[in-house]
Design a protein around this ligand. Sequence first.
Ligand code: 5GP
Length: 206
Amino acid sequence: MLPQYTVDGVISIKALEEKIIREGTVLPGNILKVGGFLNHRIDTAFLKEIGIEIARLYENTGVNKILTIEASGIAIAVAAGFAMNVPVVFAKKHKSSNVEGEVYSSSVESFTHNTVYNVVVSKEYLSSDDKILIVDDFLANGNALLGLAELVETAGAEVVGAAIAIEKGFQCGGEKLRKKGMRVESLAIVENMTENSLTFRPQNNK
Ligand code: 5GP
């Protein structure tokens, strides 16, 4: 099947925005639910186009590995990994902090579960010469991305940037990370959302 979402081979950001409006639901606590195409049932044709768009954004940057976090980042990361022809490593979540030794570890405050958990990656899978692209499904307060960036820095590797499917622009993560100098590319940025309305930040450069 030909992708329905591309214009001249580039994902239509409008298509993602329209899909969010059509299929997304806003839940209490500023949670946007997109289980119908991204987080529970996965629209594979659409995801493939997201991967191609991420590859386009990070073309010629020397990225040699993608890092994401289990579970919901994995699908997008793999789509991007296919398109960029690079491997994907996903950080595993551990509740306790007593995992040491052969792993890099950092702690992350969970947006959706209101807890703090550890993320770990085996030292085997990150090395100091890696140029890492961090990929995730959502960006809210930026804690997941910061935790992943810390893992990369602990390994002595470089964070080239981050690619996010949906940023909630009314939360602080995007601004915080960009101010720190991280390149953050979000395919759709929700500016405002209530149960009845959702608006996006215009992105002229896409
Ligand atoms: P942050 O760490 O930036 O505060 O939150 C990002 C993480 O929380 C992502 O890994 C994502 O899984 C989850 N998350 C944050 N906001 C939402 C949301 O509105 N909807 C869903 N489905 N996940 C979210």
